[in-house]
Ligand binder design. Sequence first.
Ligand code: GLN
Length: 490
Amino acid sequence: MGDLTGLTLKGALEGLATGAFSSEEITREHIAAVEAARPLNAFVLETPDKALEMARAADARRAKGEAGPLEGAPLGIKDLFCTEGVESTAGSKILQGFKPGYESTVTANLWRDGAVMLGKLNMDEFAMGSSNETSAWGPVVNPWRSKGGNADLTPGGSSGGSAAAVAAQLCLGATATDTGGSIRQPAAFTGTVGIKPTYGRCSRWGVVAFASSLDQAGPMARTVEDTAILLRSMSGHDPKDSTSLPVEVPDFASFCGKSVKGLRIGVPREYRVDGMPAEIDALWEQGIAWLKDAGCEIVDVSLPHTKYALPTYYIIAPAEASSNLARYDGMRYGLRVEGANLTETYEKSRAEGFGSEVKRRILIGAYVLSAGYYDAYYLKALKVRRRITDDFDRAFERVDALLTPTAPSAAFALGERSDDPVAMYLNDIFTVTVNLAGLPGMSVPAGLDAQGLPLGLQLIGRSLDEGTLFSLGAAIERAADFRARPAKWW
Ligand code: GLN
């Protein structure tokens, strides 16, 4: 064999179905690729024994004619998903050693459908970050490098391990989560596809909470269709998550390849921000031209409250985080640092367990929720959030989807922005609005910049209309014919 890691998920499932190779064979090749790629730091935990056991079980089920839709496909799992009996740290020292006694619904759905787990993927601590540098386990290195350069670049964040592992062909696909852009921005930085579905599409049960009203799981893979296949398995109503939507899960893959003729595509004028590299603007124009060629009608739209999106997000997300993270007190999970009394044990555990970005968010969150400031910050932010949602509702009366760049730059160097939290937050300028409104958003690789680094285009859809995004994403994928892969240096 020797090149099974280069297959798409769809191609691998076909090969498994025809018996061209077994799950054990394709899993072994991925395990070897994961081991060889340790310099990327994409995996925080490799689970090769578990992977082989799952692969053999998958082969046995297939032999009995009981193959599920993902039977035998090796995947990577973001470390934010609780996996039963397997250490789940959310990128934080405070959860070191935590082995959940339960499985997240999303991962349980994947195993139900036959998928194989290669291990747990690195991420920003508690999914707070845009560069993977807040991980307690060190940053992930982007497999891509600038032309002629050898500086280590960020794979984006917070799902940087997922993005790097998919781009470097260490797994056929990966789970990820997106609270303000953490699926889409890393996808753009690594030339991979990522979709954040509608809020409520995937159950949050067993996913370590960051900002519960924004958090949503989704897949990353190397093609649009592969993400569609994964999302179908990951989705579904779950009575254990009260915000999970009781709706049917469509066959998302059936939308890939469907004609997009006659669809109306909105181009939001407020997304033309100052200081954006000309190449990103050019790529956006290119995307518009591709969709026009495919028969779409391009419509200029306005989302007037866009300028308030980042401040709104950076009030609401920390507010919810400060509340969610109160549970890490050294008593129930992971790390405990003993003090002279109970209060001191709480304080020491939290002081040592959390990294500085997480502490910053807890402080901001506690501040905006405090009695004197609640109305001025938190309540105001909730009102602006409503306005942002209304902007989208109004736009979707006229268009079927929106097209924007995914991020305002290509991957930057590790260390370049880590001392400037505000510069880091600016990365999320095109993605946070989608979370605030609960809408589906997808990033599709669309080209390379002059440095040879990937750039992504974002598609935003109506609530529960992921299908249209898959049709449009596949159309852009066809037009862009993006085949570039990072040169292997690891
Ligand atoms: N970069 C954003 C943040 O730091 C988004 C993170 C995410 O989507 N999990 O909050």
